[in-house]
Unconditional design. Structure first.
Length: 401
């Protein structure tokens, strides 16, 4: 079956047939505890009843309405999304299909804002080393990891990468004469779960405000409640001790619980920069995705659930820090990375191979980042017993390495 696919993924040796809660079952009936959520795409796990009902009900009404018209469910989703993002200063939204598409929209927004206000030449977008912003030619240019750049140049010009945490490099890079925006992940996901420091984000907010450079947060993996607040940036303060505000926020992955969706959210400064014909997306704001998104928003804005995400994350990280084979643990909420002496992919393969019907053993699904880092992104609905079960499997595998 896999022979029909292009060779773009290092696929692990398992094929899934169904899911239930935090569990997936393969075509042979073997059971796997999901600590990956499809790379943060399924925050409510699998076959979540309210999500299934919302998608089914919407599918029974209509699948798609082009953006020349309005959709009742899409409008409702957009309004709820804006309510959730208003503490970060967001005013209006453009609905897209994916994270890469959302980040493309953010870059276009920054460049038009700067061009109209300052004229040509002020178009550079600054990003961080270790960042990941997508796989299109432009978002690859924005991505600060050389491994993703091989074979695909030339890239869209006008992107500069600096080291996160280096305030002197930040100050130098944010040239008010040439830079339109800074695109940053509050927690870098693909490079190993690396939260930015409070000091660095405060400096970012200060310098961007002083130089009228758009501050753009990529919350595609770390947003939608994943870190214990709706947006990860809400856990940071500016140099005056006030909550950090953004000019642009991008969302995707978990925004619709497993259905493709993305969003570009704009603050007061840029919410009216795009005009008719500037940007578009055939499937952006799809009604089925919007119906699913309403369910996710209801959960991801619930203060009790967000507190539980933080508590469960601390529970996981505290246990991992007690494991001698674990070198370092990083994370916020249910977005966790830890470094090991051995090869992370070898551990992931062993976690899958552990599933055995005869022994009544389950497997575990996790993620890697680079050679030695394991990533954990469990569904928000995971309970303490499932966390302990997953930790038990990890301990077993780490000791046997």
């Amino acid at each position: 079956m896999n022979s029909v696919f292009m060779n773009t993924y290092h696929r692990l040796p398992v094929t899934f047939a169904r899911g239930e809660g935090c569990w997936l079952f393969d075509i042979n009936g073997k059971k796997y505890l999901d600590f990956s959520s499809g790379i943060a795409v399924s925050p409510l796990g699998h076959n979540y009843p309210p999500l299934v009902r919302a998608v089914t009900e919407q599918a029974g009404k209509y699948f798609h309405v082009c953006n020349y018209y309005q959709s009742d469910v899409t409008a409702a989703f957009a309004e709820k999304l804006m309510e959730a993002c208003s503490p970060a200063g967001m005013k209006k939204v453009f609905l897209a299909n994916s994270g890469a598409e959302a980040n493309e929209g953010a870059c276009k927004l920054a460049r038009k804002y700067s061009l109209k206000k300052y004229g040509p030449g002020r178009h550079t977008i600054v990003t961080l080393r270790g960042s990941f912003h997508g796989r299109t030619i432009t978002t690859l240019a924005a991505t600060g990891q050389d491994i993703f750049h091989r074979d695909f140049g030339p890239f869209t010009e006008g992107f500069v990468h600096i080291q996160g945490g280096d305030i002197a490099a930040l100050d130098k890079a944010l040239d008010g004469k040439t830079v339109a925006g800074l695109l940053i992940e509050a927690v870098q996901g693909e490079s190993g779960i690396l939260p930015q420091t409070q000091e660095f984000i405060a400096a970012v907010a200060k310098l961007c405000a002083e130089r009228d450079i758009l501050l753009m947060f990529d919350e595609i993996q770390c947003g939608m409640g994943r870190t214990g607040t709706f947006l990860a940036l809400q856990q940071y303060k500016d140099s005056s001790g006030n909550p950090v505000k953004a000019d642009v926020v991008t969302l995707a992955k978990g925004i619709a619980g497993g259905i493709p969706a993305g969003a570009v959210l704009a603050g007061e400064k840029v919410c009216d920069v795009f005009t008719v014909g500037d940007h578009g997306s055939t499937f952006g704001g799809n009604p089925i995705a919007a119906a699913a998104g309403l369910v996710v928003l209801k959960m991801a804005t619930d203060s009790g659930l967000l507190a539980e995400i933080s508590r469960k994350g601390e529970m996981l990280m505290a246990a991992l820090r007690q494991q001698p084979e674990v070198k370092e643990v990083r994370g916020m909420g249910l977005m966790i990375g830890f470094d090991i002496e051995g090869n992370a992919r070898t551990l992931l393969e062993a976690a899958i191979a552990r599933a055995d019907l005869a022994k009544n053993q389950c497997g575990l699904l996790a993620l890697s980042a680079g050679t030695n880092t394991v990533r954990l992104l469990p569904p928000y609905i995971i309970n303490d017993e499932e966390i302990e079960q997953g930790l038990g499997i990890l301990r077993e595998l780490l000791v046997s390495e």
